[in-house]
Design a protein around this ligand. Sequence first.
Ligand SMILES: C[S@@+](CC[C@H](N)C(=O)[O-])C[C@H]1O[C@@H](n2cnc3c(N)ncnc32)[C@H](O)[C@@H]1O
Length: 249
Amino acid sequence: MAIWKKFHKDGTPEYLARNYWWAYVWPFGIWFWDHEPLVNMILFGNYKKLVKKTLERFKRIMPKKTLQITAVYGSITPDLAKQLKQDNADSEYHLIDITQGQLDSAARKLRAQPETAEQANNLIRMNAENLSFEDNSFDASLIFFLLHELPPESRKNVLAEAVRVTEPGGHLIITEYGERTKTHFFHTFWPSRKILGFFEPYVPGFIEENLDSVLEECAERSGKKIVNTHKELVFKGFYRNYEYRVENR
Ligand SMILES: C[S@@+](CC[C@H](N)C(=O)[O-])C[C@H]1O[C@@H](n2cnc3c(N)ncnc32)[C@H](O)[C@@H]1O
């Protein structure tokens, strides 16, 4: 039996078990990869910058109730939860992920800081494609480097759910690989494209898509629309940090 099949259980999606068991589901993998220098290396030294840009969006919008859609390695989870509390003592931070080991690891990081220890109680095991939150439950949602790991249909489901649970007037922050450019070395150099596509099989399709259009289509499912309010490129466009406002149609 292929190794990945051992991880395809308890609601773990097939794409996650098949492509990323070693990175996100295997307990040793969770321990190993959750070291910031490693995540930083995978992001070509841009992890801190991408986290900073993401936190800046939250500083500006100062949400009351935030949903982080899936766990992320490194310091972003405790840093975001801490900033939200410092900006508004009554604010709430929630995190969902389908992998219990990821939630356990995030809980440990949140409990390690007194300001965020309580927020560790707001972590729930859930599939991002089918969130069990009511419509308009949050005024901000964050998706940090999840979309490129999803097959196209799952990606649309996750985006549709993110918009559904974000209230009109609320914000959706997306930090991700940027759209394919005609100039970035990693896009034009054939071997680098192939290596990226080998380790991250959904990246080539994701970077060809126009995120605004896909998101607009997904927002229709809950009778909403999205307005892009911020676009920033990092590492010459290889990465991006976007912000959208959710509105009623
Ligand atoms: C956010 S992405 C990757 C982030 C980034 N590459 C990093 O440094 O961690 C990985 C997370 O998404 C979770 N995940 C993937 N598909 C999911 C889904 N459909 N529902 C909930 N969690 C999911 C995985 O369990 C994993 O914790």
